[in-house]
Ligand binder design. Structure first.
Ligand SMILES: Cc1cc2nc3c(=O)[nH]c(=O)nc-3n(C[C@H](O)[C@H](O)[C@H](O)COP(=O)(O)O)c2cc1C
Length: 233
């Protein structure tokens, strides 16, 4: 008789634990130029980026122009990723190509244009060991030529996203998100859910924490967010 009571008691004690939903596993994968280039002459590389923005009529003066030039660490998409990491507690993963891109802006533009024309899939040197463990994958990319870096497509094709939720985020210039999310999403399977992306304009990257938080709140994620930017900043 005592053993039946013990069994009943352990069953009742286990009930609250069963009733609680486990927090989904979150991966925050991102591609950023700064982690996909090797800078030999920092001043010359920065000058090439800032000259390009000038030509585009998209220059900002002072510190922000330099810090949002996207060439120096942390890159713009990486900064967005670190805010998402802080708020969700997910794992960060940097998508990196085997052959780094030039750190000269125009040369990088040329290679990216060639890869887009060729519908290339640049080989990656970083890989997620346990993609099957993740339920939610935030996927970050810069707008490159009104699309995304082709390495992001290599990444998407490398794994099985069936049943997962993918949440895109984009760092961009004056072109906005353009076709980046559309082109990436086209390669995902039918049963993958893609949530509404956020795009952040290059000069707004250094102060985008609160905007990232507001966006995350609109997604109705199945877990609570960590400490708020409103409280701490
Ligand atoms: C090769 C290349 C192509 C780009 N093409 C575009 C574009 O078509 N439209 C746009 O708005 N920004 C474009 N940009 C600007 C980037 O999207 C922007 O600087 C972004 O913040 C960079 O993010 P990252 O630092 O994570 O690489 C391009 C940048 C590079 C390097």
């Amino acid at each position: 008789m005592r053993s039946i009571f013990a069994l009943l008691a352990s069953f009742l004690l286990a009930l609250p634990a069963c009733a609680q939903e486990a927090k989904p596993s979150v991966l925050i994968a991102y591609f950023t130029w700064a982690e996909n280039t090797i800078i030999e002459d920092e001043a010359a590389s920065l000058a090439s980026a800032l000259a390009h923005y000038d030509n585009m009529g998209d220059s900002q003066s002072g510190v922000d122009a330099t810090s949002s030039a996207s060439l120096l660490m942390p890159g713009n998409t990486a900064m967005m990723a670190s805010h998402i990491q802080r708020l969700t507690g997910g794992e960060l993963f940097s998508i990196q190509v085997e052959q780094p891109y030039p750190s000269n802006y125009d040369e990088c533009l040329d290679r990216a244009a060639d890869e887009l024309d060729d519908n290339a899939r640049p080989a990656l040197k970083t890989h997620v060991e346990n993609m099957e463990d993740y339920d939610i994958v935030f996927l970050g990319m810069p707008n490159w030529w009104y699309s995304c870096p082709m390495a992001v497509l290599t990444f998407v094709e490398e794994y099985d996203f069936s049943g997962k939720t993918v949440i895109p985020f984009v760092a961009h210039g004056t072109g906005g998100i353009s076709g980046s999310v559309r082109d990436m999403s086209a390669l995902l399977p039918q049963d993958c859910t893609v949530l509404a992306p956020i795009g952040v304009y290059r000069p707004e990257i250094p102060t985008c924490g609160p905007a990232v938080e507001e966006w995350l709140k609109t997604l109705d994620l199945p877990f609570a967010l960590n400490d708020s930017f409103e409280v701490t900043e």
